[in-house]
Write a protein that binds this ligand. Structure first.
Ligand code: PGA
Length: 239
């Protein structure tokens, strides 16, 4: 049985003060949870988040990293830096990174290797656009992303978490039905040589998380909008 993992992706929201305020409400709400709970805030909030969750069952992650450990790379953050700041996780290859910041399957692989080398737990995102789904290309897109960004990890593949996030469901309020998500998860599982957790992401909310989590191949959720509110993400964690 794979342990459920509920991860929040705050994207570019919240200041350190807002981070502190969020955790003062959120930590008590999920303290009895048997699920893995992760929040990935903007880099500048990580210190506040780590301090506010010390001694709790909530872990902190970054939303991206660069694959070199240090150097003349203005604006970038490395795996060892994230680890030193108290982060344990990192999101890699989110569709917004692929769409707006030139992320490719090759850079996803570089970042994932760097995260593992630093001792971070990567959450690697894959997913098709609406046009790709409507053209019947969902499985071929997932296979290309998997073959380029994930499969070359070899034995290290067992150390990652995969997030299936259909691009058309992210921030749109259009959640994939549990059956649609299950079909994509089962397909990804069929490509996997080892047993890893596969999270669903895309408009997960307190009122749809239970249906999604009842599917056999859905092991958790990567949550954007609904993770910004402590009460709402508390309900998602305690589904
Ligand atoms: P959403 O975002 O929950 O706001 O749709 C999910 C994500 O981008 O990880």
């Amino acid at each position: 049985m794979r342990k459920p993992l509920l991860a929040g992706n705050w994207k570019m929201y919240k200041t350190p003060a807002e981070t502190k305020e969020f955790f003062s409400v959120f930590v008590p709400l999920v303290s009895a949870s048997a699920h893995d709970v992760v929040i990935c805030p903007p880099f500048i909030d990580i210190a506040a988040a780590v301090e506010a969750t010390a001694g709790s069952n909530v872990e902190i992650g970054g939303q991206n990293l660069y694959w070199k450990n240090e150097g003349a790379f203005t604006g970038e953050i490395s795996g060892p830096m994230l680890l030193a700041s108290g982060a344990k996780w990192v999101i890699i290859g989110h569709s917004e990174r692929r769409q707006f910041f030139g992320e490719t399957d090759a850079t996803v692989l570089d970042r994932t290797k760097a995260a593992l080398a630093a001792g971070l737990k990567p959450i690697v995102c894959v997913g098709e656009t609406l046009a790709e789904r409507e053209a019947g290309q969902t499985e071929s897109v997932l296979k290309t992303q998997f073959d380029g960004g994930i499969l070359p990890l070899g034995d290290d593949l067992a150390k990652i978490v995969i997030a299936y996030e259909p691009v058309w469901a992210i921030g749109t309020g259009k959640v994939a039905t549990p059956e649609m998500a299950q079909a994509a998860h089962a397909y990804l599982r069929s490509l996997l040589p080892v047993d890893v957790r596969i999270l669903y992401g895309g408009s997960v909310k307190p009122d749809n998380v239970t249906g999604l989590m009842s599917q056999p191949d859905i092991d958790g959720a990567l949550v954007g909008g609904a993770s910004l509110d402590a009460a709402s993400f508390g309900k998602v964690v305690n589904f």
